[in-house]
Design a protein around this ligand. Structure first.
Ligand code: NAI
Length: 736
């Protein structure tokens, strides 16, 4: 047999415990070891008069059985005084059962102000006053159990009880919010709607029923809900005669009744009325987020203008295998992503690249000779259909913003990303999986630079509650996550994210307010905004690249991650890595909590030997090569003169497709001057970085170097004044 539920050491306050239900609670708690405060004003059932005998009698009854109890005769409206009795007598307060109540029944039109007010004062204000007085003590001790007493009359309505119904359902609202606010402090609040024979009901219940509906048949529910082992919080229960049932809200799937840029009309409401009221496949929202979420979802659908007509909204709950199979192969509208060095740098800073790390400079300073995009910037290029509201266009999907999670991600690069440019992207729904608890949508996105496939992304988008439609669980199209090896990691790198990390990362295009707006993150159930999963992903990939590929982006081939838990800005990310050939397995933890936030992940690297074999010989196929060679030839005779005039060493980094394709040095400092391929043998006074094409335009006089500089096409490091002399050289010696 289960061990009895005891309340030894607990202090329980029951209001209105001088008779009826309250008395039954007080006796039951005392019998199980609690110290009980028996509160009762001692008036009649209409709230008239007062006296001490009702409370005293119950206290005596408890004491005669060897229990501990003390009486309090204050009205619940004086909540502080009632709670003070518990603190003064027993030193603490653990449980509050708000039970005191009166009736002032009367048909609605005849309710006087007094009858309205007194009902609200005793039930609503009384429960509020007593609970508020107990609250700080419960918070401090990190334990509390509270009961609100509602009524079927409030839930369903009852003739002649408008004042009472209003107050009784008001208590449910109070309880719902207290349950949320108290949760973290282990304070639970539940509501009961009892039916019992008492002086309150003796005029409406027959004698038989009075007997069958004894208060003792309600008390055990109250005791269980108030026990320390009970996890129930925010529940509503009907109880009476030995039966208990739980209530919850149900909501129809509803209908969208307006279209973008169209007025909303009562006629459209009428036309959709059947659907608005159709409880077939209704949802059972439990949290305000679900309520707000569906409204935001509807607004997004309307705004995107896609997939929704005034007569058509589809949801997962109503979708079946065939509905979702239709989604497979869905092509999102093609789109292009244009970016400059600015976006690439912003992204790199967003995922923690820093001036603290000299080898990061190439990701955050466009003037670096080897400037390049982080490989994971490939996600940013492709993310539009998933983070930009594109999913809302697929009307078959159960899109509800707060219920869509980025479950896993795969990214493969076929060559390093250009440092700037426009990539054309095509996105398609590769498959739809039924994971039971949710639906997984595989979105494949291919990105092309000048017709060449540069990168491939696979987003696994998880729709919470969208599963169970009878679809397949796996697919050959999934890029599978892989468990990390069962041994200590070969390397660990850590990085502390800044409090502004999400605020910075979102500038790369994921504008979800969940990551910046405390109100929004609160609605999603987080006490503060969370970091983007893809931001953590960027940190981790950077760690792998730094640790195992010396930050050489051409070594990056692919990455797969599973997002397991949220990260809060300011937390420290710890990437644990295992090297197995060219695959680097990794998982990422939050240092402060030990939580694994990215699991079963890996980065595949291109073998270092392949890179050196593939690298084109410097200067190959570049037009600028001819120019430099020509300058070299012409300098032969007059080098000494020029070197005297100029007295400086210049270095050129010529780029092709965003990468440095050749380095040239014109040494006009030493001896008779010389031109050679490669970096300066001594240190260069000035370094110029520009593309092969722009170099040619400058040389041919089609592009003014100054304009090129100010527009960012030509970058100069070192002594910028020497550029004047450079112009002279190009003008006088390089004409072709
Ligand atoms: P009851 O009339 O036997 O008990 C209520 C007690 O509250 C009385 O002892 C009364 O003196 C006390 N009280 C009234 N105003 C007070 C105040 N301002 N301060 C302190 N004590 C005060 O009635 P019963 O049936 O035991 O009701 C208990 C609770 O259950 C009430 O809140 C009632 O509204 C609720 N309820 C009862 C139902 C039933 O079938 N008995 C149905 C639905 C709700």
């Amino acid at each position: 047999m289960a061990s009895p539920l005891r309340f030894d050491g607990r202090v329980v306050l029951v209001t209105g415990a001088g008779g009826g239900l309250g008395r039954a609670y007080a006796l039951a708690f005392a019998e199980r070891g609690a110290s009980v405060v028996v509160n009762d004003l001692g008036g009649d059932f209409r709230g008239l008069g007062k006296g001490s005998s009702a409370a005293d009698k119950v206290v005596e009854e408890i004491r005669s059985k060897g229990g501990k109890a003390v009486a309090n005769y204050d009205s619940v409206e004086a909540g502080e005084k009632v709670v003070k009795t518990a603190l003064d007598t027993f030193g603490r307060i653990d449980v509050v059962v708000n039970n005191a109540g009166i009736l002032r029944d009367c048909s609605f039109a005849r309710i006087s102000d007094e009858d309205w007010d007194i009902i609200h004062r005793v039930h609503m204000r009384g429960s509020f006053q007593v609970t508020r007085a107990a609250w700080p003590h419960m918070k401090k001790q990190k334990f509390g159990r509270i009961i609100m007493t509602s009524s079927a009359s409030g839930i369903y309505g009852n003739f002649g009880q408008a004042n009472y119904s209003a107050a009784k359902l008001g208590l449910l609202g109070l309880s719902n919010t207290i349950a949320l606010e108290g949760k973290e402090s282990n304070i639970h609040c539940n509501t009961i709607a009892p039916t019992a024979g008492s002086r309150m009901t003796q005029t409406v219940l027959s004698e038989d029923l009075m007997e069958a509906l004894k208060p003792e048949y309600v008390a055990p529910l109250v005791l269980w809900l108030c026990h320390e082992s009970c996890e129930e919080n925010g529940g509503l229960f009907e109880v009476g005669g030995g039966w208990i049932g739980k209530l919850r809200w149900e909501r129809t799937l509803g209908a969208i009744v307006r279209q973008k840029n169209q007025p909303m009309t009562p006629e459209a409401v009428k036309a959709n009325w059947k659907k608005i009221c159709d409880f077939e496949s209704a949802s059972k929202p439990q949290r305000i987020q679900e309520s707000v979420g569906s409204i935001i979802e509807a607004v997004n659908k309307i705004d995107s203008g896609g997939g929704v007509s005034t007569n058509d909204t589809s949801h997962a709950a109503s979708g079946g295998v065939s509905t979702f199979t239709r989604v497979i192969g869905y092509k999102f509208p093609p789109f292009s992503s244009t970016y400059t060095e600015l976006e690439a740098i912003m992204y790199a800073l967003g995922v923690g690249a820093s001036v603290k790390e000299p080898k990061d400079m190439k990701f955050i300073y466009e003037g670096s000779s080897d400037f390049c995009c982080l490989p994971t910037f490939g996600v940013i290029i492709a993310q539009k259909p998933v983070v930009g509201g594109g999913l809302g266009d697929i009307s078959e999907l159960p899109v509800s913003l707060e219920k869509v999670l980025h479950g896993e991600h795969y990214l493969e690069l076929y060559k390093p990303l250009p440092r700037s440019g426009t990539l054309k992207c095509e996105a398609v729904v590769a498959d739809v999986l039924d994971k039971g608890s949710g639906l997984v949508l595989l979105v494949d996105i291919y990105s092309y630079f000048e017709k060449e496939l540069v990168c491939y992304n696979q987003f696994s988008v998880f729709f919470v509650d969208g599963g169970g439609f009878g679809g397949k669980r796996t697919s050959g199209k999934v890029k599978e996550a892989v468990a990390v090896p069962d041994r200590p990691p070969d390397a660990v790198l850590t990085d502390t994210t800044s409090l502004n990390q999400a605020a910075l990362y979102r500038l790369s295009g994921d504008w979800n307010p969940l990551h910046i707006d405390p109100n929004f993150s609160g609605l999603a159930g987080f006490d503060r905004p969370i970091l983007h999963g893809l931001c953590t992903f960027g940190f981790s990939a950077r760690h792998v690249l730094q640790q195992f590929a010396d930050n050489d982006v051409s070594r990056f081939k692919a990455i797969k991650v599973r997002f397991s838990k949220p990260v809060f800005p300011g937390q420290t990310l710890k990437t644990e890595m295992w090297k197995e050939g060219n695959r680097i397995h990794f998982q990422t933890k939050v240092h402060e909590t030990g939580d694994i936030v990215i699991s079963q992940a890996y980065v595949d690297l291109v073998p270092a030997s392949d890179i050196s074999a593939k690298k084109p010989s410097e200067g190959e196929k570049l037009q600028s090569t001819l120019v430099f060679e020509e300058i070299g030839r012409r300098l032969g005779d007059i080098g000494r003169d020029v070197a005297k005039k100029v007295g400086a060493i210049f270095e050129w980094h010529i780029t092709k497709g965003g990468d440095v394709a050749a380095k040239w040095t014109i040494d006009l400092k030493s001896g008779s001057g010389k031109v050679y391929q490669g970096p300066a043998e001594g240190s260069a006074d000035t370094t110029f970085i520009l593309s092969d094409e722009d170099f040619m335009e400058v040389v041919l006089g089609k592009l003014d170097p100054q304009k090129a500089f100010f527009s960012g096409r030509l970058k100069v490091r070192g002594n910028i004044l020497l550029t004047q002399k450079l112009q002279m050289i190009l003008k006088d010696y390089a004409k072709l």
